[in-house]
Design a protein around this ligand. Sequence first.
Ligand code: A3P
Length: 283
Amino acid sequence: MSSQNQSSVLHKFKGILFSAMSSEELLNSLDSFNAREDDVFLVSYPKSGTHWIAEVIENIPNARITLTSPIELGDMSKFEELKMYCKRRVIPTHLSYNMLPTDIIQKQCKIIYIIRNPKDTAVSLFHYYRENPNLPGIETWAAFLELFLRGDVVYGSWFDHVLSLEEHKNDKNILIIFYEEMKKDISKSIKKITTFLGINVSDGEINKIAWKTSFSEMKNNATKENRDPDHTICALTSDRNLVFRKGVVGDWINYFTSKQKRVFDELFTEKMRHSELARHVED
Ligand code: A3P
């Protein structure tokens, strides 16, 4: 990938790469955002399972919520748009914890942070780069992996993103969910999410949510759906068809050479050596 290509579709803000879909003016004015105490923020590094959790929340009976587009997506009209929602807002974002608007932290809004193992995240983001016209062209997996390890990709380094949450991991307004735990036991994860949001659901309702949010169901619906692009929950594209690729744990094994795995694991160990969160990350 040429640097010219990269700079034509991405721009840097506070040292982090953003897509052209996030205007610099909006990023600059994030701290003027007025949060509401009952707002819920869905925070994740890209490709960690954001759509999956969003779909779970949208399918909770009587949740009385509105799922908005990402807070960092768009231009200066964004905050006016967000003000118009009357119901409880569920607001997705790929901003790291330390970049969140200060009012969210001050008002101690609920935050659901999704973590996926970084090797699968890298593979997923690699494919996303290849298919998404809003992201730079990528020639090879090896070239992409180098960018990923340097944090030279949209929303920066996976390591820094997760580390920025580290000291808040036990805050009571924060729920951390791992993609791999959702794959293992989706009913348990749904229960965790509904309990955190203070919504009662029956076992039958949980089963229904689990079925509606299965990978196959969501993938089928993505092709059928004709959503208003202004209501995308992805800050990088409004095309839901690009989101549902494989939906599995451990696909990285089909991409990493043994040398790439070693380099990755060494960097992981070095960067995450003081991280308790990292101990919960499963390959
Ligand atoms: P893959 O590219 O590995 O398939 P995000 O929503 O944060 O952009 O994350 C997208 C990733 O989550 C994609 O990973 C996608 O397939 C996966 N995903 C989305 N819905 C899923 C579901 N219901 N079950 C499992 N994985 C899902």
